[in-house]
Ligand binder design. Structure first.
Ligand code: GCB
Length: 598
């Protein structure tokens, strides 16, 4: 009796959850490549720390909140907000760097924009957000479309039949309050930029469209391109694939599930940092033509080696946050990507660690074009709630979005599950579950996580984290000479691991204020940082299973954890470049090292 009741209550809840969120569509691959209009530009805003536009005075979800964008109908009418008369913000962009009064704001901002749309017959429409940090609720023409949690991943709502040709009203409630049960959680060492930080589009497709696709080689075989395509709905239908430069023109037959796959004999020029060859690829379904630029390469490990296109490589890397120093704000788009990755190239890198969350799509496309291998990560960082199954679900959603959006980028060789997570059964199970899930989404890349030195025996650093078993590459962050010991202590250290796997040092480094000079034992001088790099590089060179490094970090970045007046002033100073992009001494140390490193 009781169980039947429990089951029906459960089904009832499940049913309502499904209808409440039915409109957030599974991630659509390559929205940018579809017919679309941009909703970027100025949006009117209301700053709403009390969430007055969402809750009524009984703290119930209001039926007449700011999302209605109402105007008084008579002279006597009372509406206590007006988007038109309010301030505005540029989209894409964080709010903190655009308005001084929002610099440290954590809470709700309402965004509003009107748009017209050239409606066509038989087209489906989607409202797409590249990312909003952190929690968003989206309304169109006064009605809620849905909600999205997660600050660095795209989301999309179907709006077919809901868009008018003129004067549509879209309102987004963006809330960047840090949440204990969020991914990340309340504590991070980066700035909590809020807002609609990436591009917004209305995209259109034909009735059934290509939802997802992947083109890749498999390890050990450079003569077969594998392609798989998934339609949005089940339909047996032919899809055309064109890769003109390879003289490929093929029909793929989707089965009744709407899935097609094909292996094609072809010998593409392989993508590599030395020659980042990309091919124009077209997929045609009905009236939709989807264009992409795709490179072909393989990546695998063999014992303690990492092999790119079958050959052993060393990852000469640098870590990067998605922050642009010139604006002291979130980076987005090709121009920012060119600047950040251009610096990495100039430094002599063949690899970048994009920390600590999925970066915007333009960054990955630029890495493809420039020939930089990429480590791409989700913000499973420090002390997120590993025991909570809902948190696991959130992490998986972010993984899924990251992988779906970027899986055709040849540059990405490593999916990173986590950063500096404290060992426990809950954490081990959590991240193991993420590994299994990632492999089910994409088995053509390596999995890693930034671990820490497990323990020390005299001068030996030992890496035996139980997660090592599930990873392909062992990532390790270490701060010898900064958070512990002196820089020269590195010289007497040796390293051991219980795993027959390659290791990358995913972080090392120390802080320096650009232009602050002194002796090499004085903290925060450029000389200290330089000395730390010299000693670190000498130590690292002697570790036989070390197959790459991504020192922390390319550019100084904002972090409220960094308070030291006159030195930090709200910035983490571990950049090789200052907050204005000037080179510190350690830049030249690493640059020289990479020039000579085989
Ligand atoms: C770390 C974290 C990174 C921090 C860095 C630091 O280990 O992974 O997010 O910013 O140390 O500077 O302390």
């Amino acid at each position: 009796e009781l169980t039947t009741m429990k089951i029906s209550v459960f089904l009832f809840i499940l049913f309502f959850q499904t209808i409440a969120y039915c409109q957030e569509l599974a991630v659509v691959n390559n929205i940018v490549g579809r017919d679309k209009i941009s909703l970027n530009g100025n949006w009117q805003i209301l700053i709403d720390p009390y969430e007055n536009g969402f809750y009524d005075y009984r703290l119930k979800e209001s039926q007449s909140g700011y999302f209605l964008n109402e105007k008084p109908k008579t002279k006597q009418g009372l509406i206590e907000y007006d988007f038109v008369k309010s301030d505005y913000l540029n989209v894409p962009g964080d709010w903190n760097s655009q308005r001084e009064k929002l610099e440290l704001y954590e809470g709700t901002v309402w965004y509003q924009k009107n748009f017209d749309y050239p409606l066509k017959k038989d087209k489906r429409l989607f409202l797409y957000f590249g990312a909003c940090n952190y929690y968003s609720i989206v309304y169109l023409n006064g009605k809620k479309l849905g909600e999205h949690e997660g600050g660095f991943t795209p989301f999309c709502f179907e709006v077919t039949g809901k868009v008018n040709s003129k004067e549509n009203n879209v309102v987004v409630k963006v809330d960047n309050k840090r949440r204990a049960d969020g991914v990340p959680t309340t504590n991070t060492d980066w700035y909590n930029y809020g807002g609609i930080t990436r591009d917004v589009y209305v995209a259109e497709t034909s009735e059934n469209f290509i939802q997802d696709y992947k083109l890749n080689l498999t390890n050990g075989d450079f003569k077969t391109i594998h392609i798989s395509v998934k339609l949005n709905k089940p339909e047996s239908k032919n899809i055309k694939l064109l890769i003109p430069e390879l003289k490929i023109s093929k029909e793929l037959a989707a089965n009744s599930n709407g899935e097609a796959s094909l292996s094609i004999n072809s010998k593409p020029i392989l993508w590599s940092p030395e020659n980042p060859k990309l091919y124009d690829v077209y997929l045609v379904k009905d009236t939709d033509t989807l264009k992409d630029r795709i490179g072909f390469r393989t990546i695998e490990t063999k014992g303690q080696d990492i092999l790119l296109n079958g050959k052993s490589i060393y990852l000469k890397g640098i870590s990067i946050h998605e922050e642009i120093p010139q604006r002291a704000g979130r980076a987005n788009g090709p121009e920012d990507a060119k600047l950040l990755l251009g610096w990495a190239k100039e430094l002599g890198c063949n690899y970048v660690r994009l920390a600590h969350y999925p970066h915007n799509e333009a960054m990955l496309k630029m890495a493809d074009e420039m020939g930089l291998m990429v480590w791409s990560e989700i913000p499973v960082y420090w002390t997120i709630h590993y025991e909570d199954q809902n948190v696991l679900k959130k992490a998986k959603d972010q993984l899924n979005a990251m992988v779906t959006q970027n899986k055709n980028r040849a540059s990405i060789i490593i999916w990173s599950m986590a950063n500096e997570t404290p060992v426990s059964d809950d954490r081990n199970n959590f991240i193991k579950s993420l590994c299994d899930y990632t492999r089910s989404l994409d088995n053509t890349r390596l999995l890693s996580a930034a671990l820490e030195i497990s323990h020390k025996e005299n001068d030996t650093n030992i890496l035996d984290d139980p997660l090592g078993e599930y990873l392909d590459v062992l990532g390790c962050n270490e701060y010898l000479g900064w958070y512990e010991g002196k820089p020269e202590d590195a010289l007497t250290k040796t390293w051991k691991t219980i795993y027959n796997k390659p290791m990358v040092i995913s972080e090392f480094g120390g802080g320096a204020l650009y232009g602050f000079h002194g002796e090499k034992d004085e903290r925060f001088t450029e000389e200290y940082q330089e000395y730390l790099y010299v000693n670190q590089l000498a130590m690292l060179d002697k570790i036989p299973f070390l197959k790459g490094i991504s020192p922390w970090i390319l550019v100084d970045f904002k972090s409220p954890r960094r308070q030291l007046h006159g030195i930090q002033d709200g910035w983490n100073r571990k950049g090789l470049l200052s907050d204005r992009g000037f080179k510190k001494k350690a830049w030249f140390t690493l640059n020289k090292y990479y020039k000579h490193k085989k």
